[in-house]
Write a protein that binds this ligand. Structure first.
Ligand SMILES: [Zn+2]
Ligand SMILES: [Zn+2]
Length: 370
C-alpha cells in the first residue's frame, strides 16, 4: 500500500514505500504475492497507483529465464495503466488524479542521438527496462506492473485520456506501440496490402491497427479456430500456416509479390523462406516477435524485388503517447480477458497453450485477489 497520501502533489524525497507485487523468486517457481520497495520520488518522477496490467508473452519468457539468466525476485509487467497519486516538483505534464500509462521502458540517457529523436528504445547506452533492469534512479533492479504502485520518471509516463474501459488501454503500451511503430515508420497506408503472421496479443492489435489505416489485411495463423475472429476484426482473408509441413503455406500466384508490409509477431525462431516471396517490390518484412534466429533467408530472396527484411523494437515515448491517443480517438481496443492477480499462473499456462483470446489483463486495483 502507498505510504503517500493520494492527494499529495509533492512528497518527501526520503520516503520509500513498500508495495504489493506479484512475482517469481526463481525461473522455475510460480508467481506469488511479494512485498517490493518503490523508491522515493525524484523531482521529475510520477507515482502511479496501478489499476490494470497486461500480460505479455515476453513476461513469461523473462520470468522463466528463457531470454537469458535473470535476477530474482522478479515482478513482471510492462504495459499498465493507473491513476497518478503523487508527482515530483519538476513534473509538468501530469497531475494527481490523471490516468497514466507505462510501457516497456522507464529510463534512458536522454542525451544520445536516439533519445533526442524520441527513440528512447534505441538509446545508445541502453534504455532501462520496466522490470529486470538495474534501476538507474534507485537501488536494486526495476520491478514491473504486476504490482499496486510504481514510481517512474515523467518522460516515460504516457497520459491516458479519460475512458470508460481503462483495462483495454493497458495492452496498447506494449503490443499496441510495437505494432503501430513499424506501420508509422514504413508508412502503411490506405489501399496497401498488409499481412500479419500470428494472431495473438500483438497480432490481433496489428490487424486492428492496419484495418483502421485502410489497408487490406491478411492473417497467417497456425490456429484455424481463429479464422472467424480474424474476419470479424476486419481481415480480408485468413491463411493457415503449417510451420512443420513441406508446404507451410499455399504459394499461390495471388500470394507471390503481394504484400507491401508483412509483420511477424511470432515469438519463437522460425523459417521465413515461405514468406519472403510474398513481399512485393520494395516491400518490407518486419520482425517484431522473435528475438532468436530467423532461418531460410537467402540473398536472392531479398534482392529479387528489392525486398527488405527488418526488425523493429517497441516504440519511443512520443510514439507510445501517439498510439494511445490514436486508439482512443478511433475507438480501437485489444480484445481482453480480465483476471485477478491470483489467476496469473493459470493465465501463463493458457498463453503458452495459445488459448488466450487475445490478451490477459490483470485487475490490480481491486485488492489482493486472494
Ligand atoms: Zn510486451
Ligand atoms: Zn540515449
Amino acid at each position: 500500500m502507498s505510504a503517500i497520501p493520494a492527494n499529495a502533489t509533492t512528497t518527501d524525497p526520503a520516503q520509500t514505500a513498500i508495495t504489493r507485487g506479484y512475482g517469481a523468486h526463481s525461473s522455475t517457481g510460480p508467481l506469488g504475492p511479494m512485498d517490493i520497495t518503490r523508491r522515493a520520488l525524484l523531482a521529475d518522477d510520477v507515482a502511479i497507483d496501478i489499476l490494470f496490467c497486461g500480460v505479455c508473452h515476453s513476461d513469461i519468457h523473462m520470468v522463466r529465464g528463457e531470454w537469458g539468466n535473470q535476477a530474482y525476485p522478479m515482478v513482471p509487467g510492462h504495459e499498465f495503466v493507473g491513476r497518478v497519486s503523487a508527482v515530483g516538483a519538476a513534473v509538468t505534464r501530469l497531475a494527481v488524479g490523471d490516468f497514466a500509462g507505462v510501457g516497456c521502458m522507464v529510463d534512458s540517457c536522454g542525451a544520445c542521438e536516439n533519445c533526442m529523436a524520441g527513440l528512447e528504445q534505441y538509446c545508445t547506452t541502453g534504455a532501462t527496462l520496466t522490470y529486470a533492469s538495474p534501476d538507474t534512479r534507485g537501488p536494486g533492479q526495476t520491478q514491473g506492473g504486476y504490482s499496486e504502485r510504481v514510481v517512474v520518471r515523467e518522460r516515460f509516463v504516457v497520459k491516458v485520456p479519460p475512458v470508460d474501459d481503462l483495462a483495454a488501454i493497458a495492452p496498447l503500451l506494449c503490443s499496441g506501440v510495437t505494432t503501430f511503430s513499424p506501420m508509422q515508420h514504413w508508412r502503411l497506408g490506405s489501399g496497401q496490402r498488409f499481412a500479419v503472421i500470428g494472431l495473438g496479443g500483438l497480432g490481433h492489435m496489428a490487424l486492428k491497427l492496419a484495418v483502421s489505416r485502410g489497408a487490406f489485411a491478411t492473417v497467417f495463423t497456425t490456429s484455424p479456430a481463429k479464422e472467424k475472429d480474424a474476419l470479424a476484426m476486419g481481415a480480408k482473408d485468413v491463411i493457415v500456416w503449417h510451420p512443420a509441413a513441406t508446404d507451410p503455406i499455399p504459394l499461390t500466384h495471388e500470394l507471390v509479390n503481394r504484400f507491401d508490409l508483412v509483420l511477424s509477431t511470432v515469438p519463437f525462431p522460425f523459417d521465413v523462406s515461405p514468406f519472403l516471396p510474398l513481399v512485393r517490390q520494395d516491400g518490407v518484412f518486419v520482425n517484431v516477435g522473435a528475438p532468436g534466429a530467423l532461418g531460410g533467408v537467402t540473398g536472392a530472396g531479398l534482392w529479387n524485388q528489392r525486398r527488405s527484411l527488418v526488425g523493429s523494437c517497441i516504440g519511443g515515448m512520443p510514439e507510445t503517447q501517439e498510439v494511445v491517443d490514436y486508439c482512443v480517438a478511433h475507438n480501437i481496443r485489444p480484445q481482453i480477458e480480465l483476471i485477478k492477480p491470483h489467476q496469473i499462473n493459470e493465465a501463463y499456462a493458457r498463453v503458452e497453450n495459445r488459448e488466450v483470446r487475445y490478451r490477459y489483463v490483470i485487475d490490480m486495483g481491486s485488492g489482493h485477489g486472494g
